[in-house]
Design a protein around this ligand. Structure first.
Ligand SMILES: [Zn+2]
Length: 432
């Protein structure tokens, strides 16, 4: 089902016209109302008169994560503060949080974008959405909530945590759709198995998972353990929260709501815009946002675009599932390594649980990457020589994928910390 066929399946020419009109209006508005943008545009020698269509977007300045901290809390505000009806922030674990301030119209656009996301898996009024994303300042919980409400589905606002209650409610309320982080879904599966719950007997048919990068291997694990179809969703506080892009039933790239959020892929080093199929950093402009509009935000997420019409009938451009982040790229002995590459290798190997941790240390000027891998119970009780063979199979797989040697350390079942939100998988102990 396509929630809004008018926009999601629009002819390219018409869509470009809408994007152009919206960009011109946006630039004119932020130039007048947001001193931060006016100053940046003047520095680049560009004014609203020089922006005549979406192709001119390349003349505009980028906005970075550091800029977002500089404008904390409300320096991007483009409306009278009285028109703000809701505020969300990022977690702020690595500095000042990013603030997103919404007008009434921004909330209705967010609801629309999330209704499109939920409709990708045919959510209707007959569905019950078990929403285990956190409610609060984090955008995940309320984003899903608003979309489900717009569709008229029954939303169960359970939020994060309290896993045994989650499991009881999943059974008793016969929820059909699960929304949470991919790592939490696996934790639910594991805790459920321990309580003797047969996931095959639950009513869940689809899960919408996002807020952290996850691999195809992880998808297979989730689908096999929870007996549902796992779809990837994408969003970020800087832009609106969840609802920026989502996979349809074909699981072949995430459709971006590009009438609302204009995507570009750039070379992270030069800032040059790259064509379809070329990997680079995703940059997004909010074409309709009123409260805190964002011009060319550098997401640090690495992906590529595909403008071909999808089998589902949507023409909306697709972004490939995240290949990594420019900021969680690890540089180990001069080689670029993404945690997602490691995950992909691990989950191809029989006997590995989808829980792992990467510990990076420096010994005598040399970087050491230790990959802690959790065994399943069966393997754990196996003979030492089999464990050694297993360890070397993992090392060889990692060497083939990364081109560097790693230290593989097998750990007992259930020793890697579980997370009820985003998983912490990388511990970098290097003193740089
Ligand atoms: Zn599609």
């Amino acid at each position: 089902m396509i929630w809004n066929p008018h926009y999601e399946s629009m002819e390219r020419e018409k869509l470009t016209k809408i994007q152009s009109d919206r960009l011109c209006e946006l630039v004119d508005r932020v130039y007048r109302k947001v001193p931060f943008y006016r100053k940046r545009m003047k520095e680049m020698g560009v004014s609203p008169a020089g922006i005549n269509g979406i192709a001119d977007i390349v003349k505009l300045p980028f906005l970075t994560k550091d800029d977002m901290r500089e404008v904390y809390p409300f320096k991007l505000l483009a409306v009278d503060p009285i028109d703000i009806v809701e505020v969300h922030t990022s977690s702020g674990t690595t500095g000042k949080p990013v603030v997103d301030a919404y007008t009434r119209q921004d909330i209705s656009i967010w609801s629309e974008a999330m209704a499109r996301t939920l409709a990708m898996c045919d959510t209707t009024r007959t569905d019950s959405v078990h929403n285990a994303y956190g409610y609060g300042l984090f955008t995940g919980g309320l984003g899903v909530h608003y979309g489900a409400r717009l569709i008229g589905a029954n939303v169960i606002p359970i939020s994060g945590g309290n896993t045994s209650r989650q499991l009881a409610i999943l059974q008793d309320f016969k929820s059909t759709i699960l929304t949470c982080t991919p790592s939490y879904s696996l934790y639910l599966a594991e805790a459920g198995r321990e309580q003797g719950i047969d996931f095959k007997k639950l009513s869940l048919r689809v899960g919408l998972f996002g807020a952290e990068p996850w691999s195809e291997g992880m998808r297979k694990e989730i689908e096999a353990k929870l007996y549902l179809k796992a779809l990837d969703i994408y969003g970020l506080t800087e832009i609106i929260g969840p609802g920026v892009a989502s996979e349809c039933e074909y699981q072949d790239g995430l459709h971006i709501c590009e009438d609302l959020f204009y995507p570009e892929i750039i070379d992270p080093k030069t800032g040059e815009v790259l064509p379809d199929g070329k990997e680079g950093e995703l940059v997004i402009t909010t074409l309709t946002k009123q409260g805190t509009p964002v011009l060319r935000y550098r997401t640090r997420d690495i992906t590529y675009l595909n403008h071909e019409t999808c089998r589902c009938g949507r023409t909306a451009v697709r972004m490939h599932r995240l290949l990594g982040r420019t900021d969680d790229m690890l540089i180990i002995r001069g080689v670029n390594v993404f945690p997602s590459q490691i995950e992909e290798v691990l989950l191809r190997i029989e006997g590995v649980e989808p829980h792992y941790q990467l510990i990076i240390d420096r010994q005598e000027q040399l970087d050491i990457l230790e990959v802690r891998v959790e065994m399943n119970e069966q393997l754990f009780s196996d003979e030492i020589k089999n464990l050694e063979r297993f360890e070397s199979e993992i090392s060889q797989g990692l060497y083939a994928a990364l081109g560097i040697h790693t230290r593989v350390k097998l750990v007992e079942p259930k020793t890697i910390p579980r997370s009820e939100g985003k998983a912490k998988r990388v511990i970098d102990k290097r003193q740089l």
